[in-house]
Write a protein that binds this ligand. Structure first.
Ligand SMILES: [Zn+2]
Length: 229
């Protein structure tokens, strides 16, 4: 599949925020994004591999894609969860229950919703290239979190990698998260994919190996198709 570079944005520290879309225009897109949390290299790596595969080996897919390899480029460079303003980008979206309350420093939601240039950039992309599904790659403990109407897609992934599927995570409220924002504002379900964190026991390559088939199958399946009118 051919991809085109979309006009890029700029991070807090002036770095380029890159995004690409399928050459074939569409009314709505499946978003593949990683690096919302800069210290989660695992998700960034998985998406790199998938993007390479889409570009080099896939001729046709059931949808057009927007790919954001790393949203929080400053945090990625500094190996921090938060961006260069110390904001958790996944608590900074203007959702109905956004709150300025800081539960822990690592979840600092920012001074106001959408205060961060990285999220402003993403939101502009959503307006210009509307999403019908957003897949966001993270790492923590392995599970697949679904928000909005994508439980079946989550179950489909789980069939391959046996990760647990969860709706709301008990005891872990996420006000201002993309998982709340996508369905509320854009009527787009969100799959928040959490893979394991690298350690002495598991390498990036291992994590890719245990997820490669799941995602290759997903991206060619009906689960990424635009909703029928
Ligand atoms: Zn994360």
């Amino acid at each position: 599949m051919n991809f085109l570079k979309i006009k890029s944005g700029t991070s807090v520290e002036g770095d380029e925020l890159k995004a690409f879309r399928s050459e074939k225009k569409a009314p709505t897109y499946t978003y593949l994004m990683a690096g919302t949390h800069g210290d989660e290299v695992e998700g960034v790596y998985l998406l790199q591999q998938l993007y390479k595969w889409l570009k080099n080996d896939v001729e046709e897919a059931p949808c057009s894609f927007v790919v954001l390899p790393i949203l929080n480029v400053d945090g990625y460079r500094a190996s921090t969860r938060v961006n260069a303003h110390g904001v958790d980008l996944n608590r900074n979206y203007p959702t109905e229950c956004w709150t300025s309350e800081v539960r822990e420093a690592k979840y600092f939601p920012g001074a106001a919703p959408l205060s961060e240039p990285e999220n402003v950039f993403l939101d502009k992309l959503f307006q210009k290239f509307p999403p019908h599904l957003i897949v966001s790659f993270h790492s923590w403990k392995p599970f697949i979190n679904f928000n909005g109407d994508c439980e079946e897609a989550a179950n489909f992934i789980s069939k391959f990698n046996s990760y647990e599927v969860m709706g709301d995570i008990e005891g872990h409220p996420t006000p201002g998260s993309l998982g709340e924002y996508g369905p509320q504002k854009y009527n787009s379900p969100v799959l928040t994919f959490e893979c394991p964190v690298i350690s002495d026991e598991i390498t990036l390559k291992d994590i890719w190996n245990e997820n490669e088939t799941a995602f290759k199958e997903l991206l060619l399946s009906e689960y990424v198709s635009p909703p029928s009118k």
